[in-house]
Design a protein around this ligand. Structure first.
Ligand code: HEC
Ligand code: HEC
Ligand code: HEC
Ligand code: HEC
Length: 228
């Protein structure tokens, strides 16, 4: 009986860990979060999702986004061997950049919790991600993997890239391996772009560091697209 209880407790612990990846992660900016990164000191901000999503009165029409959009103009990746010119980041990447380019304070939540306006969350310094606290992304994307471009435009002339699959309104690379497939943003091969969210899941994946969708040990993430 005692062992049975221990086993049941262990199963429950595993179940909780498995389902709550964002809680206490670097993306849990809530009051009471145990993250070692920035988090709010405002006690009414016990919600985890609110720093990025809200059910009503959103900033944009997609993803129920709850943050002020960045108006920054980005220096983008270029190289003589690229199959195409890289444009400005797409809308979904700009969601990430609404924190990670360091131009907007973390406190810039559009719809604060509670009725009649609510209050903005307070962050003790540093209140935003910038190079003094976090050597993250910034507005200079020239030294980062290219984003915002149509995958198919490169793939159709570059034999070293894996074919993408269109199923309904979803476009994925490496679709035959569900645990190692990656999503492109768009409904057709001719429009689907590679964005931050192609490689990263902002909510985290159990057992995979750095919010990556696929572990990059042995460069597995890279091999999901590049055949080298
Ligand atoms: C740090 C910012 C951030 C936080 C906090 C966050 N999300 Fe997200 N969420 C995103 C981004 C960015 C996307 C778009 C992901 C993508 O590009 O696929 C997203 C997408 C989603 C989606 C649609 C796609 C999917 O993954 O199913 C759902 C549902 C969602 N979030 C729910 C939540 C809930 C519930 C919480 C709180 C427990 C939460 N999110 C907290 C950033 C966040
Ligand atoms: C609400 C603001 C916010 C948004 C939106 C956001 N992040 Fe973050 N992110 C943070 C903060 C804060 C940290 C922790 C920084 C630190 O530790 O100094 C972080 C850390 C990270 C890290 C490092 C994690 C680690 O384990 O070291 C990655 C990777 C990351 N974010 C990717 C993304 C991507 C990709 C998106 C969009 C899909 C995104 N973030 C959206 C605030 C945000
Ligand atoms: C092609 C895949 C890919 C894309 C696209 C991508 N990342 Fe990453 N990112 C990675 C990998 C892999 C790592 C881990 C690097 C390491 O551990 O050395 C990482 C690390 C990070 C980190 C933490 C380490 C650091 O450099 O500070 C942040 C923050 C981050 N990414 C944010 C973003 C944001 C924001 C975008 C979109 C603008 C983005 N990433 C697009 C693959 C990608
Ligand atoms: C979702 C698919 C995908 C993933 C994952 C991915 N890449 Fe890429 N990568 C591409 C595409 C598409 C291009 C554009 C190729 C072109 O147009 O020449 C590219 C471009 C590049 C380039 C620039 C090529 C040039 O000609 O300048 C390098 C280098 C690169 N990737 C390395 C990596 C590494 C390293 C990883 C793993 C950390 C990675 N990629 C992950 C799809 C991906």
């Amino acid at each position: 009986m005692k062992y049975l209880l221990i086993v049941i407790t262990l199963i429950l612990i595993v179940a909780v860990i498995g389902s709550a990846q964002i809680r206490n992660s670097k993306h849990d900016l809530s009051f009471g979060s145990t993250t070692t990164g920035p988090k709010t000191t405002t006690s009414t901000y016990t919600e985890v999702c609110v720093f990025c999503h809200t059910p009503h009165s959103t900033q944009s029409t997609s993803l129920l986004w709850n943050r002020t959009a960045s108006t920054a103009s980005y220096a983008v990746y270029s190289s003589p061997t690229m199959e195409q010119t890289v444009p400005q980041p797409g809308a979904v990447s700009k969601n990430c950049l609404s924190c990670h380019d360091g131009t907007i304070t973390l406190a810039s939540v559009v719809n604060n919790p509670g009725s009649s306006g609510g209050i903005a969350p307070v962050f003790t310094a540093p209140g935003k991600i910038d190079t003094t606290v976090f050597t993250g992304i910034g507005t200079n994307l020239t030294n980062d993997h290219p984003i915002g471009f149509v995958y198919n435009t490169s793939r159709s002339t570059d034999a070293d890239l894996r074919t993408e699959t269109v199923a309904g309104i979803k476009v994925t690379v490496n679709a035959t391996s569900p645990t190692r497939s990656l999503t492109l943003y768009g409904t057709t091969a001719a429009s689907a772009t590679l964005e931050c969210g192609t490689c990263h899941d902002p909510h985290g994946v159990t057992g995979v560091p750095t919010f990556l969708r696929v572990s990059n040990s042995n460069s597995e993430l890279c091999f999901t697209c590049h055949v080298k």
